[in-house]
Each structure stands twice: as C-alpha cells, then as structure tokens.
Ligand binder design. Structure first.
Ligand code: PEP
Ligand code: MG
Length: 748
C-alpha cells in the first residue's frame, strides 16, 4: 500500500462526498463507496458491515470479497475480528488476521486469501452503526496514519448512514432513527403517555462534512474556539462565587477549551479533509465511545463536560441555537439528558411525559414531574442519541420503559393498556362525590398532595377532601433567587382561593437532602438525608421560616390556616417552631393584618424518634402527618433514592405496621388527628392496610384517589384489621400476601 498523504485523504473524502451527491439507490451507493475506498487506499478488500439489530452485524457492501456474501454474512457483536471492532468500539489492526484469537473464517466471503486486516468502528456520537474494514493479501501492519485516515472515512460513512444515505430498495435497511427501539430505564413517576419527542437540546445538524480549503477551515475552527473561550470566561465571571459546583464545571470547560491536544486533533482532521464541524463531532464521538467504557463516575462527568463543550462549539460553528425553530409537536414528550426544575416548570402542563438519560428518583426534576403529574422515566441509556424531535414515542412510566418509533402491534397493545386505564378512571370518576366509606361504616378521609399552583385544578376533579400536603419548597427550588415575601403571599393566596374553602396543609420549607436551592449556601455533608435539612435549617436560619409564616398569615386573610413542620425529630423542636410561628402571629396582629379564623399547627412524623416523644408533644400538636417516604427510609435504614435498596423493604412488613400502630395508639390517646402523606398512601393495597390499622386520613397524588377510594368502599376495615392481627400473631414477616388474598375475595 502506498504511503497516504494529506492530499490522498482529501481526494478520497471529496470523492466520497461527490458520490453522496449522486442520487443512486442505497445499495449502489454503498458498493461504490467500498470500491472508491479500496482503490484510494490500494487494498484488495474494503467492506462495510452495518448493524441489523443491536447485536447483529451484516455485511452490506464489499469490494474484494465474494458478492454473494453481501446481506448473507452476519456476525454477532463480539464475534470474529469485525465483531470485536464493534464491541470494543476501537480499531483492530492485524498483519496476520487468521492467526488472531477470535478470528472467524467465513467461507462464503472467500476471505482466506487475505492476511492483513484493519477494522474501524462506524459510529456517530457514541451510537454504534457498524464497522469499516480493509484487507490485503500482503501480511502487513497498517500505520498510525492509515488507521487515522480510515477513521475519518468511517466518520463520513457514519454521517451518511445517519442521513439515511443507504436506505434503499435493495438494502432493506432502515437508517438509524427509523428503527423501533425499546429502551429501559427507571420509574420516577408512574403513568403512561403517547406522543412525539421534543428534544430539550436538539442536536446540531451538520450538512457539510468535507472541506474545500483546509487552511480556511482551520482558521474557522480557531476563531470558533476563541469565541468559545471568551464565552466560558464570561460565564465564569457571571457565576461569581455563589455556586461552587457550577464554578467547578465551568473551570473544567475552561480547561478543555484550552486543551492543546483537543484542538490539535481537530486541526489534524481538518487537514485530512473534514469540515470544522465534522472534526468537532469526530472528537465528540470518540469521547462518547469512551464514556460507555469508563466506570469511574468522576471521569464520566468530565467526559460529559467535554460533550457539552463540543455542543457549544458546534452551535458557534453552525450558528444553530438550542432553538432550531422547529415547532413543538402535538402531545410533546420531553427527552433530555438532564433538566433543571425551573426549565421543566417552564414547559409546564404542555408536556405529556418526560424521559431523561440521567436523573435520580429524588432529583428536583423528579419532584416537579410528580407535581405536574406526568409520567417520568429516568436513566434511559442513549435516549438523546436515539430520538429525534417529532419521533413517535410511548412512555410506560409504570414499567420504566420507552418505546421509540414503535411498530403498529406495540402501539396497539399500548393503546389498549391506556384505554383500560382510562376506563378505570371513568369508573373512579363516578365515585368522585361519594365518600371513602368502607363496608363496615368507617369513613376514611382522602386528601391530595400538591406543590404547585398547577396542581390545584385537580382538587375538585379528583374527589379529594383537602390538600393534605402542600410542598412549599417547589416554588423555592424552581428559581434562581430566593422568592420575596410578596411573591409568596400572592402564591399562597392563589392556592387558598383555588382550594375554595377546602383545607390546605402548608408544609414549611423542606430543603436539604436532595432538595438544594442554588442560591443558598450549604455545607458539604457526608450524608445529607440525615443532615442539615427541613426544620433543622428552619430553626437555625429563622429568617426564611419567619418570612414564610408571615406570608401564609397574610395570604389567609382571615381564612382558616394549617401549617406543618417537616422532619420534626423531638417534641422540643416542634415547640420551638411553634413558638416562632406564634410570635409571628402576634407581630402580624400588631401590624394590623387579619389573623386566620382558625390556626392548626402540625408536625410531620418522619423519624422514628417522634413516635416515642413525651405525651406533652402529642397534647400540644394539633395534627400529625406521617411522612412515610422518610419514615420508612429511617426505619429500615434504606436510602429512598438508592435504587439498590429503595424497594428492598415492604411497607406492609409487620415490623413497620406494628410501629405505625404505636403512632396510631398515641394519637388516639391524645385525641390528635393523624394522617399519612407518603407515596404509599396512594397505592391501593398499602392504603387499605394503613386504613386497616387505624389511619383514618390518607393524602396522595390526585390520580390515586379514585383507585384507593374504590378499594376502600369494597372492603371491610374490621376484617383487614383482624387479618393483620392474625399475621402478627403468626409471626409472619409481611402482611402483603394476606392483604392481597383478601382483596382477591372482594367483589368488583
Ligand atoms: C415523606 O417523606 O413521606 C413526605 C411526604 O415528604 P417528602 O417526600 O417531600 O420528603
Ligand atoms: Mg419527607
């Protein structure tokens, strides 16, 4: 093989580009490309293998192997040298291929006569598309330059594949972004939705891949990098010192933006014939490929940073902003790598569902999606590379699955499932104005959880009797700065207006743990869930608590008001919080503001300690609301946000139920109102058991009220109570099997 010069590469890329411009059918194009490459590189064989499905590669075109093998020869991922290139996502270079471990001889191709082998992955932005191979009779190792050159060519083929260049009559291959894909993630909010993808950060579309004048193109890249550096410095100045983490990210961006290696590699690609955009994307693809194999979380974050930086650079080069001007499709389903709570709130109720490549069950975005009551699936691998704006998408929030571009049979089955659920909702709608009265005559009060003004319209339609938990922190989390008192007053007044006289239990700010306000300095904590959070912050930094209380009193304008404090761990914490509140009541009175006609002050019981607080606490508190999410995590010592343990312990575990009974008894003795407002209250089986042990008020997502009410109305709570007692007496670990059996006996 002759030594390849810069000019050879440029010529080759130009010829490939020209080939693209001719409107040949897909297969003919592929064939021509292999011929051009083999000729230009002076090798005997050039073959293109593309993925038929995520595990199978198919020989799609060849110059030099037997043509009968095209669309016949298939390899599993990892099988043979070609499969190895695909699996490792990096080149394999061998002077004596048949002697390599894992070599698979494919008789139909006639390849036994070829000794040397060089294969490079065809990939775009971390998405594996196939393998490009050259082979020769002569036993030789390919040079670094040759490998590099072939990678550049593979990148061009990847772009062509992406653009659907090979989709044609005879190939029977769909271009990427046309195949149906099923992706699995983790449920963060249940529910199903059908709609169309709306990419939060649409990818930059690159149309020119090959340059005509590499010197001018290098200059263009240099100018764009200079602009990028200035913009990062500006961001750094604007960020100031307020957020250490954000600053650190920007510092990393800055470091990458000044990295000589990064710039040099891109300049080199341009000299070989790529356009500046294609060179940036080639680097980005390489970083993404590395991302898949790096186990270290810190390094992965850095590769993500580099990825973001490449996007910024591409936007500068192409002039494409994050708004590409495309219209939001109907029934939009947001797809993003990650998203902040503020941005999600900006989209608001328009969205049918959200799918994130990253995210955590307890993240802010999750909290907002829950408040918006839309399905959310998180940690869905590759969704942002697989999906294109406008793609048909089905989100199964309950199963944590996403069907992208589903085929008709999947869509039909999914629609059936949604229809069944809609039917069930209709059945529940009939129950809306009926009480949650069990067959034994006991009435359970069903309330709803809320956190945004947008939730309130569900109050009348859900059949909830009150808002049992209003999470006030969402208003704080969704912004760049601390809200002012006047804004809080206006917001709380709107909430009370919308509730039309129904009780709203406002929970004071519950921040800390996963809920971090960007504008409030916080210490680094080794274990934030058990750290400086919720009421602990309120008692130490009383300014915000006082402002919130003042705003609540003013918003009530004489109407009844219920306030509860989160994560109260001891009776004295409650007393101190209540004293602060009462002082503000007096102050508001002195200032001439109308006082609430009735003021109820409650505590959230979220730590086991409070169950055993002195009797004086139970006498003093007006009501107790069990925050089951936190209480359960502390009872079982199992982090509610850790996927490895969060489902490990059952709410109907007899130890937990027995413990809850302690709280029920203590509230009963002190005549203190008790409710339960964790997520479990909205799960019908769990709700039935909670009602069965004597918790007469449950607060849940609005959509859960129908199913819970329907079950309670069919059940006899005395029977549930006896059944749980029997399970306890028999020394069983969980009451769930018995409760489920019981539910099975109930008539629909
Ligand atoms: C709880 O802990 O159960 C609760 C309702 O509060 P949050 O989920 O907001 O912590
Ligand atoms: Mg809680």
């Amino acid at each position: 093989m002759p030594h390849r010069t810069e000019t050879d590469s440029r010529k080759l890329l130009r010829r490939l580009r020209d080939e693209m411009a001719v409107s040949n059918p897909g297969q003919e194009r592929l064939d021509r490309i292999t011929t051009i490459i083999a000729e230009a590189m002076g090798v005997d064989v050039c073959s293109i293998y593309l993925f038929r499905d995520p595990d199978t590669l198919e020989l799609c075109a060849t110059e030099g192997l037997r043509s009968e093998a095209v669309h016949v020869t298939r390899l599993r991922l990892g099988e043979g040298l070609v499969g190895k290139v695909a699996r490792l996502a990096r080149p394999v270079n061998s002077a004596n291929a048949p002697a390599e471990p894992g070599f698979r001889y494919m008789a139909e191709t006639g390849e036994e006569v070829f000794t040397s082998f060089l294969g490079v992955p065809i990939q775009r932005l971390g998405e594996r598309l196939g393998v490009l191979v050259v082979q020769a009779k002569e036993p030789r190792l390919y040079s670094e330059d040759e490998i590099y050159g072939l990678e550049v060519v593979a990148m061009l083929i990847a772009e062509m594949t992406e653009l659907g260049a090979f989709v044609g009559d005879s190939t029977s291959f769909a271009a990427p972004h046309q195949n149906p894909v099923l992706l699995r993630g983790v449920t963060a909010q249940e529910g199903e939705a059908e709609g169309h993808v709306w990419l939060h950060e649409p990818r930059v579309v690159i149309t020119n891949l090959v340059n005509d004048d590499s010197r001018a193109e290098v200059q263009r890249l240099d100018d764009a990098v200079a602009q990028l550096r200035v913009s990062i410095d500006e961001l750094l100045t604007r960020a100031g010192t307020r957020d250490k983490e954000y600053q650190e990210v920007l510092q990393t961006y800055r470091m990458f933006a000044h990295s000589r290696g990064w710039l040099k590699r891109m300049q080199e690609d341009i000299r070989l014939g790529l356009s500046a955009e294609a060179a940036v994307e080639k680097e980005q693809s390489a970083a993404r490929a590395r991302l898949e194999t790096v186990p270290d979380a810190y390094l992965r974050d850095r590769l993500h940073d580099l990825d973001d930086l490449s996007n910024r650079l591409l936007r500068i080069l192409t002039g494409q902003g994050s708004q590409t001007g495309s219209e939001m499709p109907d029934r939009p389903i947001l797809v993003a790598r990650s998203i902040g709570p503020g941005e999600l709130l900006d989209y608001g109720r328009k969205l049918r569902a959200v799918v994130l490549e990253e995210g955590a069950v307890g993240s802010h975005a999750t909290i907002v999606a829950r408040a918006l009551a839309i399905p959310l699936v998180i940690t869905v691998p590759r969704i942002t590379t697989e999906a294109l704006t406008g793609d048909h998408i089905l989100v199964d929030g309950t199963e944590g699955q996403v069907h992208l571009r589903p085929d008709d049979s999947v869509t039909a089955a999914f629609r059936d499932k949604m229809a069944m659920q809609a039917k069930a909702q209709e059945r529940y709608a009939v129950l809306r104005d009926k009480p949650a009265q069990a067959r034994c005559g006991t009435r359970i009060t069903l309330k709803m959880n809320a956190g945004l003004m947008a939730d309130l319209p569900s109050l009348p339609t859900s059949g909830a009797e009150a808002v049992g938990l209003f999470r006030t922190e969402l208003q704080f989390l969704a912004r760049e700065r601390m809200p002012r008192r006047a804004e809080l007053v206006a917001n709380y007044a709107r909430v009370l207006d919308a509730a039309e006289g129904k009780d709203v239990h406002f929970r004071t700010l519950d921040i800390g743990s996963d809920k971090v306000m960007p504008y409030m300095k916080r210490p680094d904590e080794p274990n934030p869930a058990m750290g400086w959070r919720a009421l602990r912050v309120g008692l130490d930094k009383q300014g915000v608590l006082r402002m919130q209380v003042q705003a609540l009193i003013r918003a009530a304008q004489g109407r009844p008001l219920s306030v509860m404090f989160p994560l109260v761990a001891t009776g004295s914490e409650f007393t101190r919080a209540r004293d602060i509140l009462m002082r503000e009541v007096e102050r508001e009175d002195r200032l001439g503001h109308k006082l609430p006609e009735r003021l109820q002050v409650g505590a959230m019981l979220e730590t086991p300690s409070l169950a055993y607080a002195p009797k004086s606490f139970y006498d003093e508190v007006d009501f107790i609301s069990i925050g089951g999410n936190d209480l359960k995590q502390f009872f079982f010592a199992a982090d509610r946000e850790n996927e490895l343990v969060r489902r490990r312990y059952d709410t109907l575990n007899v130890s937990f139920l027995t413990f809850l009974q302690v709280i029920v008894d203590r509230c009963h003795d002190a005549e203190t109102t008790l409710s339960f407002c964790g997520e479990d209250a909205g799960r019908p089986t769990d709700a039935l058991a909670l009602a069965g042990i004597g918790i007469a008020s449950l607060s849940m997502r609005p959509a859960s009220i129908g199913p819970v009410k329907s079950l309670i109305r069919r059940a006899n709570l005395n029977e549930v109570s006896e059944l749980i007692a029997r399970v306890q007496a028999r020394g069983l670990e969980s009451a769930r099997p018995a409760v489920l059996d019981y539910i099975g006996t109930l008539v629909e």
